[in-house]
Design a protein around this ligand. Structure first.
Ligand code: LER
Ligand code: MN
Length: 278
């Protein structure tokens, strides 16, 4: 397992779930807080230079982990399930541009809120599935892939549980689409959190993970038994990224430091456990 932290790309976005600020200083502070990787929140890829971005990340001693697209829906309202063709076309064009950026950084692309809601429209799921199939092929042809994220029912009404996520990945049935789980959404949508992670792993589709605590604050500042989830990931042999995606309260610096030290301590305890988790 490798730990990453969410950071806003310098493209005009101001996501609540990422550290926003000048990359020259933010990336270095993320590394000092105990992280190896960075997950970039991207909303407007046309404003970004992938070579400069990759250079900045490497200079800070970090590795790119993924690109997160939540604000494409959150800020700009673009989504793949949209009934209006114009909105769908714009969402597809933006998604392709983000995939190009992710391919240059050699990381996968998160599809959380970007798939959009159904909002009572029976055609919404089909439109989102078709769009995901098209984008999966586009990503795969460029050497990367998408990771579909079940999102809790307060935010969206399409794909709220792990089993729905697995089912969508199977329906699209393309190497360019896998599943990611965000602990915050899983605890709101699934019957059992550990079972959700085991099911995603057993289905052979788990490719990325987001974590926060129960209240979406930094790990350790809520009541979620995070240790159990890390124990499951450790026990199944998950070696991918675990990105901290949480509210930046009271400040990004305090949040990153708390998340980094808490997760490092849990991982050390698990890996050094006399019970031998592996
Ligand atoms: C939003 O709740 C989220 O979890 C992001 O990763 C994607 O929209
Ligand atoms: Mn997430």
């Amino acid at each position: 397992m490798r730990l990453a932290y969410t950071v806003a790309a310098p493209d005009g976005g101001a996501p609540a779930l990422a550290w926003c600020g000048p990359l020259e200083t933010v990336l270095e502070r993320v590394r000092v807080a105990g992280f190896e990787g960075v997950e970039l929140y991207v909303v407007d890829p046309g404003r970004l230079d992938p070579v400069r971005l990759a250079g900045r990340i490497a200079e800070a001693g970090l590795t790119p982990a993924a690109v997160c697209t939540g604000e494409v829906y959150g800020r700009d309202g673009l989504h793949l399930s949209a009934r209006e063709e114009e909105v769908r076309r714009a969402a597809m064009a933006r998604s392709r541009a983000i995939i190009d950026l992710a391919a240059a950084l050699r990381v996968p692309v998160n599809v959380g809120r970007l798939r959009g809601p159904a909002a009572g429209d029976p055609g919404a799921a089909r439109r989102a599935l078709d769009a995901l199939g098209e984008l999966a092929a586009y990503a795969w042809a460029r050497g990367t892939y998408l990771v579909l994220e079940p999102v809790n029912h307060h935010e969206l009404d399409l794909v709220n549980t792990t089993s729905e996520g697995i089912s969508w990945v199977r329906q699209v049935n393309h190497e360019g689409l896998r599943l990611m789980l965000d602990l915050y959404h899983v605890q709101l949508g699934d019957v059992s959190v550990p079972a959700a992670f085991v099911a995603a792993w057993a289905a052979g589709v788990l490719a990325h993970v987001h974590v926060s605590d129960s209240n979406r604050l930094a790990p350790g500042w809520g009541h979620f038994p995070l240790r159990d989830v890390l124990a499951v990931l450790e026990a199944v042999g998950y070696t991918g990224w675990v990105t901290v995606e949480c509210l930046q309260r009271p400040s990004p610096e305090a949040t990153a430091r708390q998340a980094g030290s808490h997760l490092r301590r849990l991982l050390e305890e698990l890996q050094g456990s006399p019970a031998g988790l592996r």
